[in-house]
Design a protein around this ligand. Structure first.
Ligand code: ITT
Length: 226
């Protein structure tokens, strides 16, 4: 039996770019992904972990199955962490060019003065369960001008530390080796493979599988990963 077929997880997201990236990262770990096009309720919070936690609990109840959600924030040092968890609203309302203008207006020219961090929180939850959160981040700098056609969102203005090009100039494969999302999703995937791997042993009989599955999916609230 091919274990890769047994392992899969649902991902609730309205964002097709995020879905492709999560799919690519999890495929490397032998985990398939099904997309749920809706998402859980997003609370207003300064903390992406709280946003992801709440959304995963809401969505897993709504869809009646274990699933993951992912929330990203972009934190720009010179702007006091703006837009942070409100990246989605800021991107839709004023866009990347406005961020460049804001930084330009502050006379921020040097790379270290344009320091920014993408943070990702992946939350896994089962219906009536307690969410488990996995985190990832990538430090970089806001470019002086947008470049690149790949990626999405703020990728054209974000240069990962140690790189000379924006994230939008990387291939999706390259982005998914270094990104905030790749880190968080990899942590989730490794944990999930252990969880499901213990359950779907080919030599287990059906009743033990069922028990294992139930046991494997029991959650505690101590599982946050950093
Ligand atoms: P969900 O349905 O999954 O919540 P979303 O598009 O609302 O999708 P987020 O709240 O996680 O996703 O992301 C907020 C915004 O931040 C997103 O709309 C992009 O503009 C930007 N963003 C997220 N991830 C990014 C990435 O990897 N690179 C560049 N920009 C990103």
């Amino acid at each position: 039996m091919n274990e890769k077929i047994e392992r899969s997880i649902s991902f609730a997201t309205s964002n097709s770019h995020k879905f492709r990236e999560v799919e690519l990262v999890l495929r490397r770990l032998g985990v398939g992904v099904r997309r749920l096009r809706g998402k859980g309720l997003e609370i207003q919070s300064d903390d992406i972990v709280e946003v992801a936690r709440f959304a995963s609990a809401d969505a897993s109840k709504k869809y009646g199955r274990p699933l993951i959600v992912e929330d990203t924030g972009l934190f720009i040092d010179a702007l006091g962490g703006f837009p942070g968890p409100y990246a989605s609203f800021v991107f839709r309302s004023i866009g990347s060019e406005a961020i460049l203008r804001l930084l330009g207006g502050k006379g921020k020219e040097e790379e270290e003065e344009r320091r920014a961090t993408f943070r990702s929180a992946v939350a896994y939850c089962e219906p009536a369960g307690v969410p488990m959160v996995f985190r990832g981040s990538i430090v970089g700098a806001i470019a002086k001008r947008a470049a690149g056609r790949g990626g999405f969102g703020f990728d054209p203005i974000f240069i990962p530390a140690g790189h000379r090009h924006t994230m939008a100039e990387l291939s999706i494969d390259e982005k998914c080796r270094i990104s905030h999302r790749a880190e968080a999703v990899t942590k989730f995937g490794e944990w999930y493979v252990r969880l499901v791997g213990n359950v779907y042993q080919p030599n287990l009989n059906d009743s033990r599988r069922a028990d294992g599955r139930r046991h494997g999916f029991i959650r505690t609230d101590t599982g946050s990963r950093t």
